[in-house]
Design a binder for this molecule. Sequence first.
Ligand code: UD1
Ligand code: CA
Length: 454
Amino acid sequence: MLDIIILAAGDGKRMKSSRPKVLQPVGGRPMLDHLLDAVEGLQPDRSQVVIGAGAEMVRQALAGRAVEFVTQEQRLGTGHAAMQALPKIDPQSRVLILPGDMPLIRTETLQHLLASEADLAVLSFIADDPDGYGRVVRAADGAVSAIVEHKDASREQRAIHEVNSGVMCARAGAWSDWLNRVGADNAQGEYYLTDCIGIATAAGQRVAAVVADDPEQLRGANDREQLAELEQVHQARSRRSIMAQGATLADPSSVHICGSVQCGRDVWIGPGVMLAGNITLGDDVSIGPGCVLTDCDLAAGTRLEPYCVLDGVRTIGACTIGPFARLRPGTELSSGVKIGNFVEIKNARFAPGAKASHLTYVGDAEIGERANLGAGTITCNYDGANKHRTRIGADAFVGSNTALVAPVTIGEGATIGAGSVVTHAAPKGQLTLSRARQKTVEGWQRPRKRDSNV
Ligand code: UD1
Ligand code: CA
């Protein structure tokens, strides 16, 4: 039997935030969410999350996850928090306890700890900067004798670089025994989970500190600075993952990834690109500098020129977008489509070869094959109350500065004269225009300035 207890009740005062610490995001997802991914890999029999500060927010953030919640009414320390979850657990079951603020840990590292046969196994690591962590104190023979919290440590103890990651494993019955003996006579007046180490060693039980070889995974975040450090590690991991899939990053450290990215071979990603949500990039996709993509699925060969913002976009063939295009949810572009600068598209489909090269808004529309929308074409899709569709047939040509007042249909091969306001269907194959005729007033003279002396 394997039980999990995740300690997530703390307020995270050092974050100076209105949301509980464990919900602070790393890579766009709450820290706790990352931790649960690692824990799920162990296939535990039960996972309990101890909540307190912002309990409702934590419950909501974990909706749909296979976890049980236990409330710690008062935040009396990590030992007290762990005790709240023990009553439900069979005394013989092994219990892995984890702090909720360590999002980078991997399943294999936890498995490594679980392989220990000690009565109490603690995952430790060597920290370059051990400030704030509990120090692992070892006797002359190397055996672990205690964990001393930073605030309670002597000067000699503070010089120790081996620190407690906060992850520990023992049988439930043993945890209950030790925790019942933990007091709160320390610098923070809290019931420390870490006191169990000293209690167990004093009782002659086997205590092992398993030193992790990759300390980066075990870092916790108590304040914004540490959170930023975790983000850096996470970003580096995400970038390595897409490089391994076949992407070239022109300037890796400038690419920011918040979500999951699947990418093909020979993808090129320029400097300053941000990828969020679920992103799929086909072979040879090229993303120019400064682009921001959220939830996009781009077909092989799609090319984004610099500074495009795409959200909920699907390309189903190689096409060219930008620079400076804004494509919103429901945009679907086929092969050979060209979307140029200062074009906004929302909920619209472009058939193969269709073009909108400059200064255009297309919303709630179907654009036929090879249709060409001139500069300044606007679909007037909203009447102030409802949205209406615009349908443009194959090979249509819409002249510049045309307002298409939806619902409206432009027939196949139709031509719309520049500057038109189109309110009725334009028949196929013909020229339709709606604008005042040009005239010249003969003999007209410009007004002149009055003589100021008069
Ligand atoms: C803790 C450890 C420290 C270790 C470090 C690793 C203790 C006493 N100290 O310190 O040895 O090096 O983690 O990152 O265990 N929590 C509750 N209820 C409480 C108090 C805390 O649920 O009453 C939760 C917090 O939400 C957090 C976790 O326990 O997720 C750890 O608490 P935190 O305050 O971050 O402990 P640290 O000071 O970092
Ligand atoms: Ca912490």
